[in-house]
Ligand binder design. Sequence first.
Ligand code: GLU
Length: 445
Amino acid sequence: MTIKTRFAPSPTGHLHVGNIRTALHNWMFAKKQGGEFLLRLDDTDKERSKEEYVTAIRADLAWLGIHPDSEERQSARFDRYEERFEELKAAGRVYPAYETAQELDLKRKVQLGRGKPPTYDRAALDLTDAEITAFEDEGRKAHWRFKLDHDTPIEWTDLIRGDQHFEPGLLSDPVIRREDGSWLYMLPSTIDDMDMGITHVVRGEDHVANTAVQIQMFQAFGADTPEFAHEALLVGTEGKLSKRLGSLGVGGFRERNIEPQSIVALLARIGTSDPVEPIADVMTLVQTFDFSRFGRAPARFDDEELAQLNQKIVHLLDYEDVQDRLPDGMSAAAWDVVRPNLHDMGEIDAWWQVVTGPVTAPELSAEDQEFLNQARATLEGLSWSETIWKDWTGALKESTGRKGRPLFMPLRQALTGLDHGPDMGALLPLIGRESALARLQNISS
Ligand code: GLU
């Protein structure tokens, strides 16, 4: 059996960090099992689904390195849903109902007022043909409900939540189709999961109650049910899925110069018993992916943790990984020198400018300026090589008696305009003789 998972976003907006996590886990699980990963666009809602979001979803997944093996769109499958809906109708597993939204609301209020759960009372099942005709004559259109089988308890062993049990009699028969013929999420998703050979449904625990209903739909069609894994939801440091997290997506990460590898490394592990680690190679994360490691407590998404992880990931990136994002002319050697100083890739231009100049040195004392005069003269007299920094500072130590910070800091400041930064021994050869002398000339004159 080929393992097959799917990620099923509705293209009614951009992916946020919660959906990205679901997509990633589906993809990782399929990868680990040598299976397939499907991108299914749940675009039955013609009004709200937008092509620009379809394009953005594909682009966001690609940026993250998640490449679906196939793609399906629900909007291309309406005939199929109709066909299978007719089967359920013939089997008496769907029924028309005519209550208005206000009527349903009133029923719920009455039930709640009596201290009862607001489960749909199935009044529509008792409608006579004459009553139905009367409604239709009035211009009322039916919406359709799926008739749950109250005699068959719903059970499954969730890969994360363990044994699950639902009494169908305590659930409302779900509305699956609206008055205008449009589909709600529940039935098309089940039909797709069957037709597309989905073996594992991985999604947020907000879908647990849907799963209970969908299991009865699979059974109504005589199909095997897939395995289910319902993940605890993602929350922010403030303890809930905030508005901010709900709108935080790839666009926001890119603005903050977060690497895709950092998002992947974080989202692969938060909410699991495995530690979040700076692992830039996704296949290492894939190999350790395991639903049995997932906890029941919400996974906490912390911006600060992401920023720190991102810094560590940047330090692991090779020249080849970043080459096309480096400033023009920046070599592999320069990358290696600058890399340990980066918090994120947004700082690369500033460091490259330190190499290429111009730089503005801070105000220096008269003694330091005098020292730099001498340093320039010494440098002019030395033959330039890869060990120039060592040779130069060694000579200056001898001639001036300076050592430690008073020796190194004015040189660093004059040459880089900063009092921190990459190892000067590696940086000076990149700056080059002419530039170095010019910078020393600027500050000491
Ligand atoms: N379109 C549904 C959603 O985004 C899919 C849920 C599922 O995975 O079945 O919530």
